[in-house]
Design a binder for this molecule. Structure first.
Ligand code: 2HA
Ligand code: ZN
Length: 271
């Protein structure tokens, strides 16, 4: 058996949480990530027959039975994950009943997965149904994106359009736009279901006045989606109170999207 701490996906996961912490997106225990693991790869590092303990998830994830996830721990700080992965992270497998998580590694202090597991697993199910390549669900509290929630209408079309206008690359990076949920109580199955419903159409979902969810095929892609939204939100917040002299016009956004051949939400442009 190889040492799990040397596994490239675990190391990349830890580097990602450190980056997110340093960017100020994950204060205290803010944020959570889940990564769908490849069973064959994990088998080189862990005895898949050795279940340390089982933990109820509180909801049914039948479509994910047998699947393995690396998941941040509840109450744990992103800043500490790289230093002590085994306490702050866990590898779980969804058991045959669909409602229990089998702990295979981690949560070494007796802890458990993030309180946002419903939103994560439901989002994995929603994304896998539209894109079997999806492996990552990432949640965080990026500063400017959150600031923008307080001064901009929380309307999907308007919010996306404003972001697209802020940096030339936005419509190319997230042509499918940003879904928006109103403020809701976090940590519940209800917000999980609402997030997953949005995830059928969007790879990015803003949780009103809370943060953002992103999904993607790997950590880099998912991080990059959120990073691009956050950059655009930063430009917006740096300029929203100033007279707007120049802007990228909708016909230019269209030219851009077509030049890059992306399937953008045409109804989000006012042409
Ligand atoms: O786990 O970000 O939404 C901390 C959170 C909850
Ligand atoms: Zn949060």
């Amino acid at each position: 058996m190889k040492d799990i701490l040397t596994a490239p996906s675990l190391q990349e996961f830890c580097r990602t949480t450190s980056n997110m912490y340093r960017l100020g997106w994950d204060e205290r225990n803010g944020g959570n990530i889940s990564l769908l693991l490849d069973e064959a790869q994990v088998g080189a590092y862990l005895d898949l027959d050795h279940v340390i303990r089982t933990i109820p998830t509180g909801f049914d994830a039948k479509a994910l039975i047998g699947k393995l996830f690396l998941v941040t721990g509840t109450g744990k700080y992103f800043k500490n994950m790289e230093r002590d992965p085994e306490t702050n992270l866990g590898i779980i497998r969804i058991a045959k009943d669909g409602t229990t998580a089998e702990l295979l590694w981690g949560y070494a202090d007796g802890g458990k997965f993030t309180s946002e597991l419903p939103a994560h697993l439901m989002s994995h199910m929603a994304r896998l149904s539209v894109n079997p390549e999806n492996r990552v669900v990432m949640h965080c509290h990026p500063t400017y994106t959150l600031a923008m929630n307080y001064v901009h209408e929380l309307d999907e079309k308007k919010f996306t359009h404003t972001l697209w206008e802020m940096c030339t690359e936005c419509i190319v990076v997230f042509p499918d736009g940003v879904g928006v949920l109103p403020w809701m109580l976090c940590g519940t199955n209800e917000i999980g279901e609402a997030t997953a419903e949005k995830m059928k159409e969007f790879r990015l979902v803003v949780w009103g006045m809370h943060g953002i969810y992103g999904v993607g095929k790997d950590l880099d892609e998912t991080f990059g989606l959120i990073e691009t939204v956050e950059k655009a939100a930063q430009i917006y917040m740096l300029t929203a109170h100033l007279p707007r002299v120049n802007t990228i016009k909708d016909d230019e956004l269209q030219v851009l999207a077509e030049a890059f051949g992306v399937n953008y939400r045409k109804d989000y442009l006012n042409l």
